[in-house]
Design a binder for this molecule. Structure first.
Ligand code: COA
Ligand code: MG
Length: 322
């Protein structure tokens, strides 16, 4: 496999907030299709009981075929490749509704071969059914092996669009005590620093080096707005593009955290203007508002402006998917 460092072939998608919905819960699926989420992920994995898997696949097919998701990114999560469900999840859902699906999320990705397997199976289904839109893949990094194999996973497939941190399963895999998924508890006080730092930082680096998006995992305490806020701020500070949500009440906060504030955008525009003028005057470092500005500030400002531009593509009511 040739390593891929360019991002040009990855569709640009807004994923400040991704709402998880158990595919077994039809009323929640309907609600999610009209929610404030940038992306909706219908789940077949951990939020669906084993006896409900087959009926839930049918719900996903119905949802993507019949409901209007507007311009929200439409995706579903298959079961892990170490279960008997995964191959049928892919074949049944994609054969029936592939033209209405943007992405497949693969949980507990521990090696590049797992992404390759999903890629190959999708290719087979697309060929057989004559699907014309390429379905992308998002990989959850939530095992010790996934963390160690991040570099290879991030370069594994041209379909790969994003890496996602999964704090619940990661804690289990690493045997790190944790009282909730992604939540803060007494164990955080015992560790000087942030317990997920190494994994989160490595995920962002692997994503950026390969032109992929990266999302932080969920925060299960959906009544703890302050905790969710803190979790979003940490993810934003580390460079993540957005956050998975498990309840509609978390969506507005995620959207707002991962949209650059207007003052930040105004400052970025001033930096670009001032720096372009400086370069025209053959100066590489200048002073702006009492601070040194050089080419690194220009690059940081462009990141802010790009995120701002992307956030303006947010769907408006009544718009349909393109
Ligand atoms: N997507 C869409 N709608 C949701 C939702 C979700 N993830 N979570 C809650 N809602 C809806 C409820 O159906 C309810 O709608 P209603 O007022 O029309 O009846 C409303 O939001 C309020 O829900 P609430 O009563 O506060 O929560 P709940 O007790 O019904 O559900 C959970 C709580 C945690 C079970 C539910 O939020 C959930 O299943 N979340 C997703 C779990 C998941 O996908 N996990 C896998 C990834 S970690
Ligand atoms: Mg998980």
């Amino acid at each position: 496999m040739i390593p891929r460092y360019a991002s040009n072939d990855i569709p640009i998608r807004l994923e400040r907030s991704m709402l998880f919905v158990p595919a077994s819960r039809w009323s929640m699926v309907e609600k999610a299709s009209a929610s404030a989420a940038d992306a909706v992920c219908l789940d077949l994995e951990d939020s669906v009981a084993p006896d409900e898997k087959a009926a839930s696949r049918a719900n996903i097919i119905r949802a993507f075929s019949e409901l209007d998701f507007g311009r929200r990114v439409r995706m579903f999560r298959i079961n892990g490749l170490d279960t008997p469900f995964a191959y049928r999840d892919l074949i049944e859902v994609v054969e029936a509704a592939g033209n209405h699906i943007d992405l497949v999320m693969v949980p507990k990705v521990s090696s590049p071969e797992e992404v390759n397997f999903v890629d190959l199976l999708l290719t087979q289904i697309e060929m057989n059914c004559g699907l014309t839109r390429r379905i992308g893949i998002e990989a959850q990094i939530e095992t010790a092996a996934g963390f160690l194999n991040l570099r290879e996973i991030a370069q594994s497939s041209a379909r790969l669009e994003a890496l996602i941190f999964g704090p619940g399963d990661y804690a289990a895999s690493m045997q790190m005590p944790s009282s909730g998924i992604g939540e803060f508890d007494a164990h955080d006080d015992a560790y000087p620093g942030h317990r997920w730092h190494a994994a989160m930082h490595a995920i962002v680096a692997a994503a950026r080096a390969n032109g992929l998006r990266c999302l932080d995992g969920p925060y299960s305490g959906f009544k703890d707005a302050a905790g969710f806020d803190r979790s979003c701020r940490i993810a934003l500070a580390l460079g993540f593009d957005g956050k998975q949500c498990i309840h509609p009440s978390q969506l507005e906060a995620a959207n707002s955290h991962f949209t650059p504030a207007s003052e930040e955008v105004a400052r970025a525009e001033r930096i670009v203007q001032a720096y372009e003028k400086a370069i025209a005057e053959k100066r590489g470092a200048i002073s702006l508002d009492g601070k040194m500005i050089d080419a690194a500030n220009l690059r940081m400002a462009r990141v802010v402006l790009e995120k701002h531009r992307l956030s303006l593509t947010k769907l408006t009511e009544g718009e349909t998917h393109v």
